[in-house]
Design a protein around this ligand. Sequence first.
Ligand code: C2G
Length: 709
Amino acid sequence: MNNLISVITPAEKNEKYINTALESLKNQKYTNFEVLVLHSDIDALKRVVNDEYLDDDRYRFINTPADIYVGAARNIGIEEAKGDYVYFLDSDDYVSENILQLLHDNIGEFPIIRGRMKSTDFSTSFAIVLPGTNEIKMYSDKRHDLLRTESAINYLISKKFIDSMNLRFSEQFKTYSDLTFMIPLMEEVEVIPYSYEAIYFRRRGNDPINNPSLRQSSLKQLAPDLFGVYNQLRTDDLSEEGQKYLDDKLLNFYRKRLVTEFKADATIDYYFSGLVESINKIDPDRLSNKDFILKNDVKAIKSNKINNFRKLSNFNHFLRDIKNGITSRKGRKELLYKRVFNNLDIKDNLVLFESFQGKAYSDSPKYIYEYMLKNKSNYKFVWVMNESYKIPGNPETVKRFSLKYYYYLARAKYIVSNVRMPNKYIKREEQSYLQTWHGTPLKRLAGDMDDVHMPGTNAERYKKNFNHETDKWDYLIAPNQYSAEIFRRAFWFNNTMLPTGYPRNDILTNHNDKETINGLKRINQIPTNKKVILYAPTWRDDEYFKVGKYKFNLKLDLHRMKEQFGDEYIVLLRMHYLVASNIDLTGLEDFAYDVSKYSDVSELYLMSDILITDYSSVFFDYANLKRPILFFTYDIKKYQGQLRGFYIDMETELPGPLLMNNDDIMNAIENIDEVTEKYKERYNEFYERFCSWDDGRSSEKVVDAVFEK
Ligand code: C2G
């Protein structure tokens, strides 16, 4: 038997991925298929589709009306399908090359079969081939378990069967419309085979803020849709399994999604009537094994008294906070923070400073603080410092996540930080949050990243959390025009941008003199009779010990450098603050110094004569000094291609050479004057573009803009 399979692929808004989806079909072992690609501007879509598909008449490109939902597009596909079977593939996903073969071979007399789903977070595709065990599992009573993701994708379905029931998707709902197709279908089948090896790769969606997938739609979209679909499908005629599936879906949605939003009365008002209508249809027995909070909620919703429900909802939130609060020490502090400290008055003259999560007294917060110390005597200051450190002005210091930290976090009128605050930080209305950030971006930032390769997260979660943070920023410092543009987009930032240059670079303009430099060297016991090379690389997203603790593999040949340049130079090694590796400096005494723990990298810049770095933003700041910069970019291919991607062209726009190995490094140091001469013009252009806002008065400008007299 060689049946025709119609693959139905709506492609609206997923133009970026369509070629990957089509390629995964092109590679199919089972070749008797047609593909129906649906889009509301088919000519525009065809312009991005590779020619090989346009020239192959198995691929049919069908124009749909504008502004229809995916259900309606799939219905057009069903009408047009010529196949014996129908298969729904979304255009941002792709399938393993044996999928159609396996589904076709195993469907037998059944009207429907399903393959296995794998979620992927990456924008590029990868193949997976399983050993050929051809394992099949039969789903009968539990067939609704296959609808865990409420989806109609990855089923091979007999076209005759669809026609006999006249199955179609509801065209009214943007989300959850798959259920209007699948629930009636489930009523008519008793068994659904499931093939373990037929793998469908489903992209989780890596742009939840600017281009959310349907699943990532806002609650305002999802909730009314789910209520509508539920009300339509949840009839007494439905089988017990179908009713149970829908009831549980609704209760889980309520418990996991809606409840968390019910902190504000306005949100309750918005959803209440829809919720009442649907919850009233739920079988009361369904609640027997649920917790008492949920049972009480359901009772109050059913009674349709919004005031009672509001009171209950507030009380439940309080109970949940208590429940979370008593389980751990951190929980107890968070409880006090949220429920007690946040109800105390704001202290108008109190400023909380933090740099690199309390790891250092450094960066722009330091310079803003020192300016205020001199010029704003009416303020009180608190510094977040995890280790004791002597700070001028003797401010109060608190450890991050200590009880005092939470206390000041709630009461300070001003928050100044150079990195993200904890997710649980609740920005009070009266508070002013100044985010200084910590570098001109070279590597793609936040919303601009396609894929996220850091451990313990994925693009969806990372961007949502990041956006939750940037929403709280009132002020953001831009070091240059280039950064201002990137920050607005990548941070989704609409508040006040301060075009002031970096406070942390004031010192590079105001104190670039022999006296300061030798003073710093003496304090740090660095010889004043030798020149200084600073090696300050960045971190690698994919090299780590555990979350937040990154590895660094030192590739610079320090022994060779010592041998050749030991009489003339010393080297300062400066690892990124996220790097936890220790560097072995045995045999390199009096030549290489580990300054990774040194608080303020700006002072290290001042002390050094040459900078070696890679993809770290340090070079944008260092260029203020107009001293030579070398780029040790031994892993540029991987870094640029796979991990991050850059905003500027490293080959043509940098103020120094890209060096791939230690020979190149040795050479460049030996001939540093020639290197300087060669890159002179580029350096000047670079300086104009990235450093010209740093005029030594940045701290003053920031303080004037943010703080009252
Ligand atoms: N830094 C440092 N020592 C290093 C590397 C970095 O002290 N060896 C400090 C510098 O102040 C630098 C900042 O940390 O400007 C940010 O470091 P990056 O290497 O650029 O990396 P990242 O923390 O990922 O920030 O917009 C900037 C980007 O977000 C980069």
